[in-house]
Design a protein around this ligand. Structure first.
Ligand SMILES: CC(=O)N[C@H]1[C@@H](OP(=O)(O)OP(=O)(O)OC[C@H]2O[C@@H](n3ccc(=O)[nH]c3=O)[C@H](O)[C@@H]2O)O[C@H](CO)[C@@H](O)[C@@H]1O
Length: 365
C-alpha cells in the first residue's frame, strides 16, 4: 500500500499518524509512506526522526472569528491545495490519512478531489475546524469516542479509538530506565505538559521539586517543553537540582518512559489520555483551559469519574494541591493499584488494528 499521512501543529495530531504508519508497516512491511506537513509545525522535526519521508507545504490556520487575516488564509489554502495535488500526482497514494490540525485541510481535500481514498482520524470528542470541514469530502471518519458520532456524517463514521494507545504498548520499561541511567527497581514519576510545554505546570512543578528527596524510591523525570527548557534549567541550578531528578526539553522515547511510569502528571490532551489508559497509569491531570470548548477538562473528567485520575484545574493549581495528590498516589500503594485498574479498564489497546481494518476493508473491526 502507498500511503500519504498528513496532520500536525502539535504532537496530538502527529503521533496518531505515526502510530497508524507503524501498524500498517507491521501488517505490510512493503508499505511506502509520504508525510505532508507544515514546515513550521512540530511535524517537521518529529516525522523525519521517525524515518518517514517528509514534504512541507505552506499553509496558515483559519481564525474562528471573521477577520481580514482569513482572506489571506483562503489564498494560502488554494495554493496549498494545488501544491498538494502536485505531490499526490507524483506519489500516487492508494489512501490519504489526515489526523487533524490545519495542515491536513488542503492535503485531504486535494486527495478527495483527485478521487483518492481518504480517511480522517479525530482524537477529541468535538472535532477541530479542519476535520469538521473535511468530513463532508472524505471516504471514512475514524473517531476516538462514541460521543463524536453526533458531529460527523453517521454512514461513514467508525469508532476506532486512538492509535497511540496501541503504539505505547510496545514501550519497554527497562529501556526507559536505562535511557535515564537509573536502577531497574526505581519507580518513575513522569511530568510533562502536552507536546509544547505549559507555563502554569512548570511554575508549580518548580515549587514542588525541592521536596522530592522524600521519595528516594522514585525518580522524577520533568519534560519542560523546548521553549521553557533553558529558563527552567537555570532556575533549577540556583535552587539546587535534586539527585532523583532528570530534566529534559522533550522526550523522544515517550513509549519507553511511560511504560516505566508509576505516576504521570500531565495535561489532558487526547493522545496522552489514550496512552495513560492503554498502559493503566495513575495520573494527575491539569487540563489546558486554552483549548476549544474546554475539551481537555471534559477528557480529564472522564478519567476522574472512573477513578483513574485526579484532576486539578489550572485555576485550583498550587504547590499544596499538587503535593497532596502526588503524595497520595505515591505512598498509598493500594490506591495506586486501584487507579491503575480503573485506567486500564478505559484503554483501547487495539485502536491501531481497528484503523488498519477500516483502511484495508472499509469495514469496522
Ligand atoms: C494545547 C492543545 O491544543 N492541545 C491539544 C493537542 O494536544 P497535544 O499535542 O499537546 O497533546 P496530546 O496529549 O494529544 O499528544 C501529545 C503527544 O505527544 C507525546 N509527547 C509529549 C511530550 C513529549 O515530550 N514527548 C512526547 O512524545 C505524548 O506522548 C502524546 O503522544 O492535540 C490534542 C489532540 O487533538 C488535543 O486533545 C489537545 O487539547
Amino acid at each position: 500500500m502507498r500511503i500519504v499521512l498528513t496532520g500536525g501543529g502539535t504532537g496530538g495530531h502527529i503521533y496518531p499518524a505515526l502510530a497508524v504508519a507503524k501498524e500498517i508497516l507491521r501488517k505490510e512491511p512493503q508499505a511506502t509512506f509520504l508525510y505532508i506537513g507544515s514546515g513550521k509545525g512540530l511535524e517537521a522535526d518529529i516525522v523525519p526522526r521517525a524515518g518517514i519521508q517528509f514534504e512541507a507545504i505552506e499553509i496558515a490556520g483559519f481564525k474562528r472569528k471573521l477577520s481580514f487575516e482569513n482572506v489571506r488564509t483562503v489564498w494560502k489554502f488554494i495554493r496549498a491545495v494545488s501544491r498538494s495535488k502536485e505531490l499526490l500526482r507524483k506519489f500516487k497514494p492508494d489512501v490519504v490519512i489526515g489526523t487533524g490540525g490545519y495542515v491536513c485541510g488542503p492535503v485531504v481535500y486535494a486527495a478527495a478531489q483527485l478521487g483518492i481514498r481518504t480517511m480522517i482520524h479525530e482524537q477529541n470528542v468535538v472535532p477541530g475546524l479542519a476535520n469538521n470541514f473535511l468530513s463532508r469530502y472524505v471516504t471514512n471518519v475514524a473517531v476516538s469516542f462514541q460521543d463524536s458520532f453526533a458531529h460527523f456524517p453517521k454512514a461513514k463514521t467508525v469508532f476506532t479509538g486512538n492509535p497511540c494507545a496501541t503504539q505505547v504498548l510496545q514501550g519497554n520499561a527497562e529501556a526507559g530506565k536505562k535511557s535515564l541511567g537509573i536502577a531497574p527497581d526505581k519507580r518513575l514519576v513522569l511530568i510533562f505538559s502536552g507536546s509544547r510545554g505549559a507555563r502554569a505546570i512548570n511554575e508549580t512543578t518548580l515549587a514542588i521539586l525541592p521536596d522530592i528527596h522524600q521519595y528516594p524510591g522514585h525518580h522524577f523525570v520533568y519534560v519542560t517543553g523546548e521553549v521553557h527548557y533553558e529558563n527552567i534549567a537555570k532556575q533549577l541550578e540556583s535552587i539546587g537540582k535534586p539527585t532523583n531528578l532528570t530534566v529534559m526539553p522533550y522526550a523522544h522515547n515517550m513509549p519507553d518512559l511511560l511504560a516505566a511510569s508509576d505516576v504521570v502528571i500531565a495535561r489532558a490532551g487526547a493522545s496522552t489520555l489514550a496512552e495513560l489508559t492503554a498502559l493503566g497509569i495513575p495520573s494527575i491531570l491539569i487540563p489546558s483551559p486554552y483549548v476549544t470548548n474546554n475539551h481537555q477538562e471534559k477528557n480529564a473528567r472522564g478519567l476522574e469519574s472512573a477513578g483513574a485520575a485526579i484532576v486539578i484545574t489550572e485555576r485550583e493549581l498550587n504547590k499544596e494541591k499538587l503535593q497532596e495528590a502526588l503524595h497520595q498516589i505515591i505512598v498509598d500503594r493500594d490506591h495506586n493499584q486501584e487507579m491503575r485498574k480503573s485506567a486500564l479498564a478505559l484503554g483501547m489497546p487495539d485502536a491501531a488494528e481497528r484503523i488498519y481494518r477500516l483502511l484495508s476493508t472499509g469495514q469496522a473491526l
